[in-house]
Write a protein that binds this ligand. Structure first.
Ligand SMILES: C[S@@+](CC[C@H](N)C(=O)[O-])C[C@H]1O[C@@H](n2cnc3c(N)ncnc32)[C@H](O)[C@@H]1O
Length: 230
């Protein structure tokens, strides 16, 4: 049987600013000019770390209606579940950014702890409850939207229709660019939804570019899709 990270639901696991920086090639973004939306941001520490650098970032996820304690309980459990499964599928990953499972665990813990601490203070209103594919944001409220480990990765749990509707909504609320990472699913294969979205007539007016980036944890997961919407 084909190897994959077997999950029953989308997990509550978060990444750090450093990982976002590499996944989304921030080198060419002048943060001072942007209002950024993190789509399905979960327990990632990107939002709190970015805001502490003075950047304007808003986080959105369906879990933000829960208490910090409820979120923490679930993300601790999800991290345990994933870590337990990893030894059997080690070869689906590249152990360079993280040297081993322990280093990965430490990094993920750091991310959710930074997030929880900020969320408890309600991070000055930067955590917005959103259940995609719909959102309450205004047209073009953000200049750039980032989608990490939400679309494409879970192509067995989220339908193509969900992907299409979510992308249409993000286009509605974004004025310049949308970046999506990674383009592979939990088997480490390019999701078939990537080509379907690229060819979908709903998105024919937008310039779409696939770029190789300097981050690869899931093997083959080293590409980002950029969609220019201006
Ligand atoms: C694997 S986490 C990714 C978190 C973060 N983007 C990162 O890369 O570190 C996936 C997130 O998607 C969120 N999610 C799943 N379905 C959602 C939906 N319909 N609307 C909003 N968030 C959703 C989950 O709550 C979870 O936090």
């Amino acid at each position: 049987m084909e190897k994959k990270l077997e999950l029953k639901d989308i997990v509550l696991i978060g990444r750090t600013f450093d990982e976002y920086y590499r996944m989304f090639e921030f080198g060419n973004i002048n943060f001072r000019d942007e209002r950024i939306l993190d789509v399905a941001s979960g327990v990632s520490s990107f939002c709190v770390e970015a805001n502490s650098k003075g950047y304007n970032v808003i986080a959105s996820d369906r879990i933000y209606c829960l208490s910090a304690e409820e979120i923490e309980e679930k993300c601790v459990e999800d991290l345990k579940t994933v870590v337990k499964k990893l030894p059997e599928i080690l070869d689906l990953y590249r152990w360079e950014f993280f040297k081993d499972i322990d280093a990965l665990k430490k990094n993920r813990k750091r991310a959710y702890r930074l997030f929880i601490e900020d969320f408890k203070k309600k991070g000055e209103g930067r955590y917005i409850t959103v259940e995609y594919p719909k959102s309450q944001f205004k047209d073009k409220e953000f200049t750039i939207s980032l989608i990490s480990h939400f679309l494409f990765v879970y192509d067995e749990l989220l339908s193509y229709e969900f992907h299409r509707k979510t992308l249409s909504e993000i286009i509605r609320i974004t004025s310049k660019e949308i970046r999506i990472f990674p383009l592979v699913n939990l088997k480490g294969k390019r999701s078939l939804f990537v080509d379907r979205l690229l060819e979908d007539s709903d998105f024919k007016n937008y310039e779409k570019t696939i770029k190789r980036v300097d981050y690869e944890f899931m093997k083959n997961g080293n590409e980002m899709l950029s969609i220019r919407v201006n």
